[in-house]
Design a protein around this ligand. Structure first.
Ligand code: ADE
Length: 246
């Protein structure tokens, strides 16, 4: 059974959207992963097909009903129940490459996209949902966040990225460093030359230059990532006690 995503949304037309194109789209057509978008409204209980209500305690906006959301989650989980149920929300755990790797290594996910003010807290708890945010800003709904999370996961699935697009050396890769700069033809453009070493054919020198650039860019732009990289590097040797084996 390949990696499977079920998305619960009031706007199923938004899917697969960009995920139907490029590498993710090819993977989808080749069956390397699968995606189904489900309209939450299909699980409405009354003849008005209402999915939301005004918040108890007052306030602006509408809240998605727990009974409706629970039915939608139950239906989505029926075929492959061993998947995490993720609720996309700005108050969730920040998505990073470590979490992406973890999700991509699993069987898939059920993704709940909120609209309006949010989702009734009880169904979030009852279903043990994993709340995830894609960044500290507010979108008008969880759909673009779900597409982002799926894109990040799917490109890691076996066979989705060709050897040419290898994930090994990219930003946020195993080392937690940002990527070094890239250059292609022409060797001189608009009075700007490509760094000499890249034209030298000296592979060890090129690798050393790239490594140094990665480190400098990370230190400069993301001191938080650099600090984590440093602790991980130091930590591994200290725990093992045998730096040579690390
Ligand atoms: N829904 C609205 N804003 C969001 C965000 N930043 N991350 C995830 N889901 C969201």
């Amino acid at each position: 059974m390949s990696w499977r995503a079920d998305v619960l949304t009031l706007f199923p037309e938004m899917f697969p959207g960009p995920l139907g194109l490029s590498l993710a789209g090819r993977g989808l057509r080749e069956g390397l992963w699968s995606l189904a978008a489900h309209d939450i409204r299909e699980h409405a209980k009354d003849r008005h097909r209402s999915v939301d209500g005004t918040p108890f305690g007052g306030g602006a906006g509408m809240v998605l009903r727990p009974d409706v959301v629970d039915a939608a989650v139950g239906a989505a989980l029926a075929e492959m129940p061993d998947r995490p149920v993720i609720y996309l929300t700005p108050r969730g755990r920040l998505l990073d490459q470590a979490l992406v790797r973890e999700l991509a290594a699993g069987p898939g996910a059920v993704l709940l996209c909120g609209r309006y003010e949010g989702v009734d807290q009880r169904v979030i708890e009852a279903r043990g949902m994993l709340e995830i945010s894609i960044g500290d800003y507010v979108l008008s709904g969880g759909e673009l966040a779900a597409l982002t999370l799926l894109d990040a996961c799917v490109r890691l699935l076996p066979g989705v990225m060709g050897a040419a697009e290898s994930a090994a050396e990219e930003s946020h890769g195993a080392e937690g460093l940002l990527e070094y700069p890239h250059y292609t033809r022409p060797a001189e453009w608009a009075g700007r030359a490509v760094p000499e070493v890249l034209l030298s054919g000296h592979h060890a020198a090129i690798a050393a230059w790239r490594r140094a650039e990665s480190e400098n860019i990370t230190k400069e732009r993301r001191p938080d990532l650099w600090a984590r990289h440093e602790t991980q590097r130091g930590g591994a040797g200290a725990i093992a006690g045998h730096p040579a084996a690390a």
